[in-house]
Design a protein around this ligand. Structure first.
Ligand SMILES: Cc1cc2nc3c(=O)[nH]c(=O)nc-3n(C[C@H](O)[C@H](O)[C@H](O)COP(=O)(O)OP(=O)(O)OC[C@H]3O[C@@H](n4cnc5c(N)ncnc54)[C@H](O)[C@@H]3O)c2cc1C
Length: 418
């Protein structure tokens, strides 16, 4: 992602030459630029700018080119007279604003006192929380209405609450208008709803998604079809060139280390040992390593709805699990989606400090075709947080207690007491 300069982000082209330029920078459609290339007289320049100022003008952006000296005190008093801010930015139009990515952030040797994280997906949330806990003042910017938009809505809402409580400033439904530098400081201007806003930080971490790295591979020559999302493969991981297979992030909808590993195993079996294994047969769990973690496997409620599958959803809050109470980990829950009228597990979400450890039991059940009844029959040591999973089975058993079954059971017990 290129964080463009202020003027390119506003959609304006600016010619570049060995001149001192003043740009009058406004909000919205009233934007105007006084381009006075070659003009060195400050008075004339400022008069030109004055003509461009409208009630919506907010600031003057001063851009230096070609080593021209600039009468900054003159500009400052001019700006003061018009109630405008001054942004002096020699580099803004010449170079992108520096930012961190998942590749560079782990090489930091000093903690940024103020950090903006762009992107409220798993990487953005994990790193925002980590940096906040290190001591940075973190602003987390997300264009969607919620963090972790693909996750279970209750799980995502819980993480929002936790992050806010830990002092992270959340900017949801925020559109970044521009990013500029002012000395060492980075300024992010946002639009939210009808209003605007500005965040000043020392570092920016971009976690707004990754794109496949396929340049230079000459895939066309190999007859391998690809698009922006990566290399196209069939269910057996074969590309459009039957002699070439692919595995991992480059071709998978699941971008995880464990899926890359699982696909690599399929690839070896299919490519080298005439296997017929299918990638779609994989049961893929995943986990977002916030605290608490959000672990998931299989379908979400919305997937079932989309596919027209009728489900029964059961939830056990961690606050009802003794071990979670003892550990002080009561924020969270275990949730399961069953095919309605059966104990077939279609999906599950666990929000817990070690949710990633707990989800494997349900992944195993799904992979092995075991229903929730089998999970319920499995003895879980007490006290463990995994008991929440057994309690899901208890909750399912209770749903089977229909009024008729209840009446029959009551009659049976009464008869036994005689
Ligand atoms: C910040 C971050 C955190 C993550 N956390 C998790 C996590 O907690 N759990 C999880 O499961 N997943 C996590 N992931 C995702 C995980 O890293 C990927 O899904 C996984 O690495 C995919 O493996 P891969 O082999 O497909 O691709 P990669 O690991 O990206 O490996 C591709 C390799 O190919 C090399 N390469 C690229 N182009 C060429 C070329 N032309 N010629 C030769 N070599 C080339 C690259 O240098 C690289 O070594 C995380 C990702 C990020 C960015």
């Amino acid at each position: 992602m290129a964080l463009g300069t202020s003027l390119t982000l506003w959609g304006l082209a600016t010619g570049r030459g060995p001149a001192l330029r003043f740009a009058v920078w406004s909000a919205g459609p009233a934007l105007a630029i006084a381009d006075i290339e070659g003009e060195q007289s400050l008075n004339i320049s400022l008069r030109s700018i004055e003509a461009c100022i409208t009630p919506r003008t907010r600031a003057i952006l001063v851009v230096h080119y070609g080593g021209y000296a600039c009468d900054m005190p003159g500009i400052l008093s001019f700006a003061q007279k018009h109630g405008l801010a001054v942004i002096e930015d020699a580099a803004a139009l010449a170079a992108d604003v520096p930012y961190l990515t998942n590749e560079t952030v782990f090489s930091l040797t000093a903690l940024p006192p103020r950090l903006a994280v762009i992107g409220g997906g798993p990487i953005g949330c994990e790193l925002a929380q980590a940096f906040a806990r290190f001591g940075s003042r973190v602003s987390l910017i997300e264009s969607g209405p919620h963090l972790l938009g693909r996750e279970d809505a209750d799980a995502a809402a819980l993480i929002e609450t936790v992050l806010r409580r830990e002092g992270i400033e959340l900017y949801l439904e925020a559109k970044i208008l521009e990013v500029v530098t002012a000395g060492e400081e980075k300024i992010i201007r946002l639009q939210r709803g009808d209003g605007g806003g500005e965040i000043r930080v020392d570092a920016i971490l971009v976690g707004a998604g990754r794109t496949p790295n396929i340049e230079g591979l000459d895939l066309e020559r190999g007859g391998i079809i690809y698009d922006r999302s990566g290399i196209k493969v069939n269910d057996r991981l074969q590309t459009s060139n039957p002699l070439v297979y692919a595995a991992g992030d480059i071709c998978s909808p699941y971008k995880f280390t464990h899926t890359a590993d699982a696909q690599a195993r399929i690839l070896i079996a299919n490519a080298l040992f005439m296997g017929r294994q299918k990638a779609s047969a994989l049961v893929v769990p995943w986990c977002t390593y916030t605290d608490p973690e959000i672990a998931h496997v299989g379908l979400y409620e919305r997937d079932a709805e989309r596919q027209g599958i009728k489900i029964t959803t059961l939830t056990v809050p961690l606050a009802t699990i003794d071990r979670a109470v003892i550990d002080g980990d009561t924020e969270g829950f275990a949730r399961i989606h069953l095919r309605r009228g059966s104990d077939q597990i279609l999906g599950a979400t666990i929000v817990a400090r070690h949710g990633g450890e707990m989800i494997s039991e349900l992944s195993l059940a799904m992979t092995g075709g075991l229903g929730l009844a089998a999970v319920g029959r499995t003895i879980h040591p007490y006290p463990t947080q995994a008991e929440a999973i057994r309690k899901l089975a208890d909750a399912w058993n209770r749903t089977r207690l229909t009024p008729t079954v209840k009446r029959l059971l009551g009659g049976w017990l009464q008869w036994r007491r005689r």
